[in-house]
Design a protein around this ligand. Structure first.
Ligand code: GSH
Length: 268
């Protein structure tokens, strides 16, 4: 068995989570290297494309999330051997990447521009993609995206649905998946019920060296906010509370700052 290290941000979502879930579900041991947002600037330069996830297998480095997903899924039996079924799996994963790329593009936009762009996405591209993914799911029997069984594609689509419903993304209505593709919501709930696929929580190391302060902010681009924070303090946006609170589960008591404006270093 390869010696594996998977490096990704320390939260239970995004591009790194499907591979984490697949390895956990497959019982494949791996080093779960979680990067705190505050540490990202100093680690970015060491990543092949300046981004994560990155997998190191026996000292060899692999970047690009879907390449990692496919590799890990082959190791864990979550990738079809039939070429056509494998292509269906890839189709779903690439569709999720298209949506993710569009959302990520809005992350650092000024608020008004972000609002307009996200509202446009919520009217156009995202429902189009969700509907098509839902139709694909139905066309393949309604339970899985490919091969009549759980594959890495199911994990990746489920992560997108969870993110869209979580409320972490301002200006995207959280009921969008329920309205336009309820079959994807059922699918997400089924996938998440599988005990080994439950989301992982932040690592103990992350917990132990940070105090967490909740702060009521209008925006939820936590990567930007967190990257400005001193290591000992993490400021969390609480307006879009669902995902944030699940991230905080078991971490420590959340304290709300009295002031409403966005800051980091002046936090207690
Ligand atoms: N095409 C790449 C995109 C990777 C990517 O943009 N990752 C994000 C996290 S999901 C990242 O590292 N962002 C921080 C940065 O770009 O500085 C992939 O699929 O892995």
């Amino acid at each position: 068995m390869s010696d594996l290290k998977l490096t990704y941000f320390d939260f239970h979502g995004g591009r790194g989570e499907p591979a984490r879930l697949a390895l956990s579900m497959g019982g494949v041991p791996f080093e779960d290297d979680r990067v705190a947002f505050a540490d990202w600037p100093e680690r970015k330069g060491s990543m092949p494309f300046g981004a994560m996830p990155v997998l190191v297998a026996d000292g060899k480095v692999l970047a690009q999330s879907n390449a990692i997903n496919r590799y890990v899924a082959k190791l864990t039996g979550l990738y079809p051997s039939d070429f056509w079924q494998a292509a269906l799996c890839d189709e779903a994963m690439d569709a999720v990447e298209d949506v993710t790329n569009e959302i990520v593009r809005t992350m650092f936009m000024p608020d008004e521009e972000k609002k307009a762009r996200r509202e446009a996405l919520a009217e156009g591209m995202i429902p189009l993609y969700l509907k098509r993914l839902g139709q694909n799911l139905t066309a393949h029997g309604g339970r899985y995206f490919a091969d009549d069984r759980l594959t890495i594609a199911d994990l990746k689509v489920a992560m997108l649905i969870r993110q869209l419903r979580s409320g972490i993304l301002d200006h995207l209505p959280t009921d969008l998946p329920d309205r336009v593709a309820p079959e994807l919501v059922d699918h997400f709930q089924r996938v998440m019920k599988d005990p080994p696929s439950r989301p992982t929580t932040p690592s103990a190391a992350w917990r132990s060296d940070r105090q967490v302060y909740g702060k009521v902010l209008g925006a939820t681009d936590s990567a930007r906010v967190l990257s400005q924070c001193p290591r000992s303090v993490v400021v969390v946006c609480l307006t879009s509370a669902v995902e944030t609170l699940s991230l905080l589960e078991g971490l420590c008591p959340v304290r709300l700052c009295a002031r409403q404006s966005c800051c980091s270093r002046s936090c207690p």
